[in-house]
Unconditional design. Structure first.
Length: 317
């Protein structure tokens, strides 16, 4: 039986970080050396791998797709809390390993009155992922329709997972965050189908900081020059540019009342994976994903901000 016939057309697999987020809300963000008072704080599920899995799973519940998460947590209370939250989203956890020697990752997040944020990430068990974790999910990789990757785990594990998933015919989406100062290794461009950088990440990858559709198109040209057929450039509150071969388009921002931008990018990628897994064109998938990201800004938290399929459909009209 070929890898194509083995692959589960309904499986989205996220390999990445799992954190507990501790979020402080204040009028403004502190300057270096400064202590300020927060009006309140919250604690919940985070980590880009977990957030994207949760966002995809909340959407997939209405579409007959299934979502699995691969990664590591510690054996501490934060690890148990993360697993409880993930199970509540319906995410499959058979590939999420428990690491007795390293703590669960945490993220310390500040959010100001304008919904801007700053994040300090302590990776813990996330930073111990290696080829043994990829070996453990080899069967899932051969079944995967869409593989979601991010850069909050060691690069070698992500590249090996991409290599195996692509060999089995999967679509590989890389969220290049946090973007490496020296860009992605050359090998990465040949192992992924899509990267989804925001303005800052785009500048790190191709030397252009996009501010509008025209500059985003130039950045997309440079992304394609690195070997990608498809390119996406996210402009935050200014919209999203996409290019698929010779076709391209711009999705203007949705008009929503934003209060917290923490999980917008992760909800975008979760929505993109779901839309592509169900067979949407790239243009339609980007519009669907942009609606997911916009809705995520209307509520507080990371994974908890992920919208449902019905909410996205209502915004799309």
């Amino acid at each position: 039986m070929s890898s194509e016939t083995k692959r589960d057309a309904g499986l989205i697999l996220s390999l990445g970080s799992v954190n507990i987020d501790i979020i402080a809300y204040s009028d403004r963000l502190p300057r270096p050396g400064e202590t300020i008072h927060a009006s309140r704080y919250a604690m919940g599920l985070g980590g880009k791998g977990a957030n994207q899995a949760a966002a995809a799973s909340r959407l997939a519940a209405s579409l007959g797709l299934r979502v699995e998460l691969a990664g590591r947590t510690g054996t501490d209370a934060f690890g148990e809390l993360a697993r409880t939250h993930l199970a509540g989203f319906g995410v499959g956890l058979s590939a999420l390993r428990s690491d007795p020697d390293h703590p669960t990752g945490i993220a310390l997040i500040g959010v100001d009155a304008n919904s801007e944020n700053m994040i300090t990430f302590a990776g813990g068990a996330n930073m111990e992922l290696d080829v043994t974790d990829v070996d453990a999910i080899d069967a899932l990789l051969r079944q995967t329709r869409v593989l979601l990757l991010q850069l909050e785990i060691p690069m070698p594990a992500s590249l090996e997972a991409a290599r195996r998933a692509r060999a089995a015919g999967a679509l590989v989406i890389l969220d290049p965050a946090p973007a490496p100062l020296d860009g992605l290794p050359d090998e990465a461009w040949s192992l992924v189908d899509l990267v989804t950088p925001n303005e800052t990440e785009t500048e790190r990858l191709v030397g252009i900081r996009p501010t509008d559709a025209a500059s985003a198109a130039l950045a997309a040209d440079r992304l394609q020059a690195k070997g990608l057929t498809r390119a996406i450039v996210k402009l935050g509150a200014r919209g999203v540019f996409w290019r698929d071969g010779r076709d391209s388009g711009f999705v203007p921002p949705f008009q929503v009342q934003a209060i917290d931008s923490v999980a917008a990018g992760d909800c975008f990628n979760g929505g993109l994976a779901v839309a592509l897994a169900r067979g949407d064109t790239l243009g339609d998938a980007v519009r669907f994903a942009a609606a997911c990201g916009a809705l995520a800004t209307t509520r507080r938290g990371a994974a908890d901000a992920a919208p449902s399929f019905d909410e996205v459909r209502a915004l799309l009209g």
